[in-house]
Design a protein around this ligand. Structure first.
Ligand SMILES: [Zn+2]
Length: 313
């Protein structure tokens, strides 16, 4: 596309009041700085605002694409009983679910794939926030369990990109059961001595935060991501105190030790590859280790730190 269609045509159409003819998705308005961004620029920049660096939410499919090297494969997830409680609010849950499935072209709110990240093998589970707010019901629980099992089977690290409003209310207790289930699933990965990395994207809240998302070996977040259990307003009402500036944002949590890193989307791939390399290479470079020691040790062998220098008296 040249400058006529990228720049001049939209301007002309706006001038002549024919803006409705321009597809709505051609230009995006950044929710943070309200500047307009051409869709192709936004896509090229991985949905990060080219003006202010705001990280917009992206789909699970796009997340897998920009994380893996080409040639990764998405896996089919086991079917779970839809609408176990035959729940109905203003609408039937079964209808809401079907609608979300058609819109997102997914069975539930998590996509799982395996492949390589800059040559490092990995299994990745990515939440789709647009699918009922990335809420965790039986389908999401099953996806995390499947991803964890696949990681163990393939002797590969597990990476989960979270983006969730928490439990799926329409599944009641079934939804809450996914919290211990996903915790146990991710324990399997750790017991196999494999890295479990959580990348918290905007927003990561509720039952996902309160279960496996806070149990990673390495906690990464995208800039500005909202991460917490309950919302700030609920907390303020409960503790009757004004919360500090930037509370529940990635940068604040990094400062307070909840996160290990805040990584820009454009640097996520190389960061993940480097972290996996650091966590796994010590094992790979010791092929002649005694088998007994290998079995006994679930932890990753790290170089012995030098003895600390005696404190000056
Ligand atoms: Zn912006």
């Amino acid at each position: 596309m040249n400058w006529i269609s990228e720049w001049a045509l939209p301007k002309i159409k706006t001038l002549f009041g024919a803006s409705r003819e321009v597809p709505e998705n051609l230009w995006h308005k950044c929710p943070a700085c309200e500047q307009m961004i051409f869709h192709r620029d936004l896509e090229r920049n991985l949905h990060v605002c080219t003006h202010c660096g705001h990280h917009m939410r992206i789909s699970a499919a796009r997340r897998l694409e920009c994380t893996f090297d080409p040639g990764f494969s998405r896996i089919e997830l086991p079917k779970v009983p839809a609408d176990p409680l035959r729940f109905r609010d203003q609408r039937r849950y079964a209808d809401r679910l079907r609608e979300a499935q058609v819109k997102a072209a997914m069975d539930d709110a998590v996509a799982v794939a395996h492949g390589a990240i800059e040559g490092q093998r990995a299994v990745v589970a990515a939440f789709e926030f647009a699918f009922m707010g990335g809420s965790m019901g039986a389908g999401v629980g099953e996806a995390i369990v499947t991803a964890a099992r696949l990681a163990v089977l393939q002797d590969a690290p597990l990476i989960v990109f979270t983006a969730s409003g928490g439990a799926r209310m329409q599944e009641g207790a079934v939804s809450l059961m996914q919290m211990p289930r996903t915790v146990i699933a991710t324990r399997l990965v750790k017991e196999a001595g494999l890295p479990f990395i959580v990348v918290m994207c905007d927003p990561t809240t509720g039952g996902v935060t309160a279960s496996f998302a806070m149990l990673g070996d390495i906690h990464i977040a995208e800039p500005g991501a909202m991460i917490g259990f309950a919302g700030a307003r609920v907390i303020e009402q409960t503790v009757r105190e004004k919360l500090p500036e930037g509370f529940q944002r990635a940068e604040y949590l990094l400062e307070h030790g909840i996160l290990d890193m805040v990584v820009k989307r454009g640097e996520m791939r190389e960061t993940l590859a480097r972290v996996i390399g650091l966590l796994r290479e010590p094992l790979l470079t010791q092929p002649e280790r005694a088998p007994a020691a290998a079995e006994a040790s679930n932890v990753i062998a790290l170089p012995t730190p030098e003895a600390p220098a005696p404190a000056a008296s």
